[in-house]
Design a protein around this ligand. Structure first.
Ligand SMILES: [Mg+2]
Length: 264
């Protein structure tokens, strides 16, 4: 049994309602702090390169190297948990800058950047004001599941930052690392449902599944494919992103998590 998966007896919960919630941008502010942390890193890399190198590099160019690195990182691990590993991405990013500028960073530079990233993130990411209370109330009437693409280590940092406790705010937690695959791969939800059915000892009726997310491009198409009811929370980085096709359109849209209690 995986360490992050928790099982708690919540006798009053309605076992027929299943609520699956994403973490980043859904249960708290984390995508904007993530972007800001990377911007801080771009500034540091820029200064470091310009200190040791004859050729000048701009922050804009550094950002382009990061975008290429992120793309390559994703292609290296298609829908695999490692695609979200920040240290790995920073390594690919720094290698790219080194190759293109004929320089070598100090051996501890990667660790330094990684620390800058997390120090900034931890200081700025936070739950929404109604996150914990809403989850506590949802626990009274449904099975609350957190499902995230983060690896286990990052999941632990975020659940702690958002004040989420197993048994109090959620009944199950599944990371991509535990399931060996990321959303929006259909295998993610298939494996999640299979694990839940094994644990609950009964089949789950997908008409009673609610999927809550913040990113129209990633959170709803897979949920609709299993007949789940989709709910979008318009917060954090994707608040103003428009769905680009009907699969990306959720059944409900809310501005605050507490509004879930009226829908579920
Ligand atoms: Mg999200």
């Amino acid at each position: 049994m995986n360490s992050l998966k928790t099982r708690t007896k919540v006798s009053q919960a309605d076992d027929d309602k299943l609520v699956i919630l994403d973490i980043d941008g859904t249960l708290g502010l984390s995508l904007i702090p993530e972007e800001e942390a990377f911007r801080k890193i771009f500034g540091l890399v820029c200064r470091e390169v310009n200190k040791d190198c004859d050729t000048r590099i701009s922050e804009k160019e550094v950002e382009q190297f990061y975008k290429q690195a992120k793309k390559e990182h994703y292609e290296m691990y298609p829908l695999k948990p490692k695609r979200h590993n920040k240290k790995l991405r920073l390594r690919i990013f720094l290698d790219k800058i080194q190759e293109n500028n004929g320089l070598e960073f100090a051996s501890n530079f990667l660790d330094k950047l990684h620390k800058v990233y997390w120090d900034y993130f931890v200081a700025h990411a936070k739950p929404y004001p109604d996150t914990c209370k809403t989850l506590e109330e949802l626990m009274q009437k449904s099975i609350v599941v957190i499902a995230t693409n983060n690896e286990d280590k990052e999941t632990k940092i975020k659940t702690k930052l958002f004040g989420l406790e197993a048994g109090k705010h959620y009944r199950y937690l599944f990371s991509s690392e535990q399931l060996g695959v990321c959303k929006p791969a259909p295998e993610f939800i298939e494996k999640l449902i299979q694990r839940l059915e094994e644990d609950l000892g009964k089949p789950i009726s997908c008409k009673r599944v609610f999927v809550v997310g913040d990113d129209p491009s990633k959170d709803f198409a897979w949920a609709k494919s299993i007949g789940a009811i989709t709910i979008r929370i318009k917060r954090d980085l994707h608040a103003n992103r428009e769905p680009s096709n009907s699969d990306e359109k959720p059944d409900y849209t809310v501005d605050n998590l507490s509004e879930l209690l009226d829908i579920i």
